[in-house]
Write a protein that binds this ligand. Sequence first.
Ligand code: ADP
Ligand code: UDP
Length: 236
Amino acid sequence: MKKIAELYRGKAKTVYSTEDSNFLILEFRNDTSAFDGQRIEQLERKGAVNNKFNYFIMTKLKDAGIPTQIERLLSDNEVLVKKLDMIPVECVVRNRAAGSLVRRLGVEEGLILIPPTFELFLKNDSLHDPMVNEYHCESFGWATNKQLNRMKELSFSINTILTKMFGNAGLILVDYKLEFGLFNGEVVLGDEFSPDGCRLWEKQTLKKMDKDRFRQGLGGVIEAYEDVAHRIGVPL
Ligand code: ADP
Ligand code: UDP
């Protein structure tokens, strides 16, 4: 399958059409952004690491019965996916408090959340991805009640699968963001699952192994992503 035209250039990936209108090619770039795109840097190898990481995770999820976009890994930086009609809200699951939850509620970073929480954010950089609730999603027509219930159900099933997978590799899955879309009316997992969109801490030391290394200027960003990839068995 070949790229035909560039449809969209996002902060980290470029989306291309293909000969088949049901499929897209996602190209993972080295661009790394934080603070709604206000800070952008190039990190060597990031595109390839995230592409292979995402393919590995989505294949695991697919094998476990989660409907995902994934079709075929095309190259180091490209993957063939189903073209979804994206739902413009991000689903965030949290097993421990970190990031915006800590800032919003003034709780201690690392606080264990039982049960895990589920939050929705509107995908809109100029509004800084505001938090929204299920009523907003329905009233503004972003998602129906049935779709929201399915997104929540899939988000928590994914939590069970991935918490165990990372746990076996000595890592704590602190939180993560998912994006869903519709394919023939079905809610399907899209976009990407990589250390750019989740928080992973080393169990013993609580060392941050994710994009917080970039946000907080801790250094060794890609080295940490590669370490996580090796631990869970992603072929890089
Ligand atoms: P952003 O748009 O936040 O800057 P990216 O750089 O990751 O993010 O761009 C990828 C874009 O492609 C996002 O807008 C995402 O919603 C969209 N997208 C991801 N997967 C799919 C898919 N399977 N079908 C259609 N659009 C997708
Ligand atoms: N996240 C993301 N994209 C966003 C916002 C958040 O991938 O636009 C991820 C983030 O990496 C973290 C989780 O979602 O794993 C929760 O993010 P949070 O709300 O704490 O926001 P942050 O402080 O990371 O901006």
